[in-house]
Write a protein that binds this ligand. Structure first.
Ligand code: NAD
Length: 327
C-alpha cells in the first residue's frame, strides 16, 4: 500500500535524496522546509510528480506542522540547523530549531500516533576518543563557553526527548546518529569539509585544512545513508533504539585533501590553518570519529557500498556542474 511520508528538512541535502528514493519506491512524499540551508531547487525535479508536495514553512509553525503530521503515515525528521559554520553564526536560532523544533515534531507525532525517524549526529560523542564508537559509549561534551558544543548538546537532548516519549507513551521512534555524509548537492557554504576542498581544488585555489590535518573522519555516500534510513524505517524491532549510520574507511583530513587534489588533477597546494584563524571563536575539534555499525548491520543487514574513491569522484562531478552553472 502506498504510504505518505513527511520529510521535515526534505529540501536539504540528505532529505532531497531520500525524497527521490521514496518516490522511486512508489511512495508519496510531503516535504516541509524553510529553505534556511536547503532549497526547493534540490527537489525541483520532483515537483511534477503527483505523489510529491513541497511546503515552504517551518517546523516551528504549529498549524502547518500539525496539519502535515496529521495527513502522513510516517515522519522523517531531518530539519535542523546544520554545519559548524552555520551553528557558530546563528547560535540561538540553531538551538531553538534543534530543541524546540524537535519537541514540536515529537509532540504532534505522539498526538497523531505517527511513527518517527529522528536524525541525530555523531557530534553527540563529542570529545570521546575511543574508536570505533558504539551507541552506548559515553558522550563527552566540552564547556558551554565553546559554542560548537551547542549542536551536539541539542542533538543529545533530542535523543533524550525521543526516548522519553517512547518509554512514556510507547511511541514508535527510531534514532540514527549520522556520521559525515557526503555526495551530490551538499553545499560547501556551511562548513562541510569535502565539498569545500573539492571547490578549492577545482578552482586551483589553496586547499585549506583546519588544524594539523591529522584529525580523522569517515565519509559515507548519501545513497548509502538513504538506504540505511529506509531499512531502519522498515524495521519495527528498531523502535526505541539508537543506531550509528556511517562508513568504516577512516581517513585523516590532510590525506583527504591530498586525494581530492589528485582526483581533481589540481595544482592546488594544501595549506594548514589554525582553528582560531578560521572561526574567530573559542573552538575545539575531535581528533577522531569512527563508527561501530555492527548494531545497524544486525538490525538491517546494511553495510555501506560506496568507497571513498567513488565518493570523491561523485562530489567532483557535482561541484564541476555547479561551478559551470554559476559561471
Ligand atoms: N550531512 C551530514 O554529514 C550530517 C551528519 C550528522 C547529522 N546530520 C543530520 O541530518 C539531517 C539533515 O542534514 P543535511 O546534511 O541534509 O543538512 P541540510 O542543511 O542540507 O538539511 C537540513 C534542512 O532542514 C531545513 N530546515 C532548517 N530549519 C528548519 C525549520 N525550522 N523548519 C523547516 N526546515 C528547516 C533546511 O532548510 C535544510 O533544507 C540534520 O538533522 C542533520 O543534523 C547530517
Amino acid at each position: 500500500m502506498k504510504q505518505r511520508y513527511l520529510i521535515t528538512g526534505g529540501a536539504g541535502f540528505i532529505g532531497s535524496h531520500l525524497a527521490r528514493k521514496l518516490l522511486d519506491m512508489g511512495q508519496s512524499v510531503y516535504v516541509l522546509d524553510d529553505e534556511s540551508t536547503g532549497s526547493s531547487t534540490n527537489v525541483a525535479s520532483l515537483m511534477n510528480s503527483p505523489d510529491f508536495r513541497f511546503v515552504h514553512g517551518s517546523i516551528m509553525d504549529d498549524d502547518t506542522l500539525a496539519r502535515l503530521v496529521g495527513t502522513c503515515h510516517f515522519v522523517v525528521h531531518l530539519a535542523a540547523a546544520v554545519g559548524v559554520k552555520y551553528i557558530l553564526d546563528h547560535p540561538l536560532a540553531s538551538i531553538m530549531t534543534n530543541v524546540a523544533g524537535t519537541e514540536r515534531v515529537l509532540h504532534y507525532c505522539a498526538r497523531y500516533e505517527k511513527p518517527l525517524f529522528l536524525a541525530s549526529s555523531s557530534e553527540v560523542y563529542g570529545l570521546q576518543t575511543k574508536a570505533p564508537l558504539k551507541e552506548d559509549d559515553f558522550c563527552i561534551l566540552g564547556a558551554t563557553s565553546v559554542s560548537r558544543w551547542s549542536y551536539a548538546c541539542s542533538k543529545a537532548l533530542d535523543e533524550f526527548m525521543a526516548l522519553a516519549y517512547h518509554h512514556k507513551k510507547s511511541f514508535p521512534v527510531v534514532i540514527a546518529r549520522l556520521f559525515n555524509t557526503v555526495g551530490p548537492r551538499q553545499s560547501p557554504a556551511y562548513g562541510m569539509v569535502l565539498p569545500r576542498l573539492v571547490d578549492q581544488a577545482l578552482r586551483e585555489e589553496p586547499m585549506t585544512v583546519y588544524g594539523d590535518g591529522r584529525q580523522t573522519r569517515t565519509f559515507t555516500h548519501v545513497s548509502d545513508v538513504v538506504e540505511a534510513i529506509i531499512r531502519l524505517i522498515g524495521a519495527p524491532a528498531a523502535w526505541g533504539e539508537v543506531y550509528n549510520i556511517g562508513g568504516t574507511e577512516e581517513i585523516a583530513i590532510g590525506e583527504l585533501a591530498r586525494r581530492i587534489g589528485q582526483a581533481a588533477q589540481s595544482r592546488s597546494e594544501i595549506q594548514f590553518i589554525a582553528y582560531e584563524k578560521v572561526y574567530n571563536h573559542n573552538f575545539q575539534d575531535m581528533p577522531r570519529r569512527v563508527p561501530d555499525i555492527s548494531k545497524l548491520m544486525q538490525a538491517t543487514n546494511f553495510s555501506p557500498k560506496i568507497g571513498l574513491e567513488k565518493i570523491i569522484a561523485d562530489v567532483i562531478s557535482d561541484r564541476m556542474a555547479q561551478q559551470a552553472e554559476q559561471s
